[in-house]
Design a protein around this ligand. Structure first.
Ligand SMILES: NC(=O)c1ccc[n+]([C@@H]2O[C@H](COP(=O)([O-])OP(=O)(O)OC[C@H]3O[C@@H](n4cnc5c(N)ncnc54)[C@H](OP(=O)(O)O)[C@@H]3O)[C@@H](O)[C@H]2O)c1
Length: 255
């Protein structure tokens, strides 16, 4: 008996990132910066995107990858800016978006509707605009990966309803887009707590929060951006994974 995959010179269903062009929206900080570094280490050319020119310049210096990394200023809440971004980059292979801001956290009876709208605009409408304009120049064997998070599984109480709704909506967004855009692939990464500048807001309390959470997690640690970047790399490289949400949360959703 001849196994067909041997007869057909089977190769693993993995797309190398060498010389692939990867756009990381949110690549100037935190998880996105970790993804940019991991993609560069895998041989990709990376374009990092954010609103602050200064943060992008600092990130480019930190990545220290010569002309394999470039940066572009764009705000994903501004459709004209998003359109210009993809016009400037031209044909590319993978879009990753980790962009996001702190969610509103008021109990529902005190919800600040302007803050809620700003958050939805930045996180969900922004992702829709990225997808709308990315499809014009994303190669057919490429992928889009968006970011949700543990707040959909374990919403903060009280005050977690808006962030939970938006975070979980990404799974359905990716499933529908995967059907609509195939063979392009569309996926989501759902991190647990990650040690990034987003946590600077809690100041010195951070180390105590992290120690308490690490003790409760099955993984017994709070990850760095580099730790969770592995999930984004997998989703870019695996050419048979689409419409999927991957949790990388150290087991947080289980506790
Ligand atoms: N860190 C965690 O514990 C954690 C856990 C679960 C989920 N998440 C989610 O993961 C995502 C990334 O978090 P992070 O910790 O990496 O945050 P971060 O360090 O604050 O990085 C956020 C990045 O997004 C960019 N950004 C924000 N709004 C943007 C916009 N409108 N247009 C373009 N770029 C924008 C920021 O740059 P500019 O400010 O210069 O625009 C920055 O590069 C967030 O959506 C967050 O909710 C984080």
């Amino acid at each position: 008996m001849t196994l067909t995959y041997i007869a057909n010179e089977w190769r693993p269903p993995v797309t190398s990132l060498v010389d692939r062009k990867v756009i990381v929206v949110g690549g100037s900080s935190g998880i996105g910066l970790g993804v940019a570094e991991a993609a560069l280490n895998s041989g990709a050319k990376v374009v990092i995107v954010g609103r602050s020119h200064e943060k992008l310049q600092a990130a480019e210096r930190a990545l220290n990858a010569g002309n394999r990394v470039t940066s572009l200023v764009a705000d994903m809440t501004d459709e004209a800016g998003v359109a210009r971004l993809f016009d400037k980059v031209g044909a590319f292979d993978h879009l990753v978006s980790t962009a996001g801001t702190l969610p509103p956290g008021d109990p529902i009876e005190r919800a600040d509707m302007e803050a809620v709208r700003r958050f939805v605009d930045n996180k969900l409408i922004g992702a829709v605009m990225l997808a709308k304009h990315a499809v014009r120049t994303l190669r057919a064997d490429g992928s889009m990966t968006f970011t949700s998070g543990i707040n959909k599984d374990k919403p903060p109480v009280p005050g977690g309803s808006v962030v939970a709704a938006i975070a979980d909506s990404f799974s359905y967004f990716a499933r529908a887009l995967a059907l609509e855009l195939g063979p392009m692939r569309v996926n989501v990464v759902s991190p647990g707590w990650v040690d990034t500048p987003m946590w600077d807001i809690v100041g010195e309390a951070k180390s105590g929060f992290f120690a308490d959470m690490a003790a409760r997690l099955p993984s017994r640690k709070i990850p760095t951006a580099a730790d969770v970047a592995a999930a984004y790399l997998y989703l870019m490289e695996s050419d048979f994974t689409t419409g999927e949400t991957i949790r990388i949360d150290g087991g947080h959703n289980l506790i």
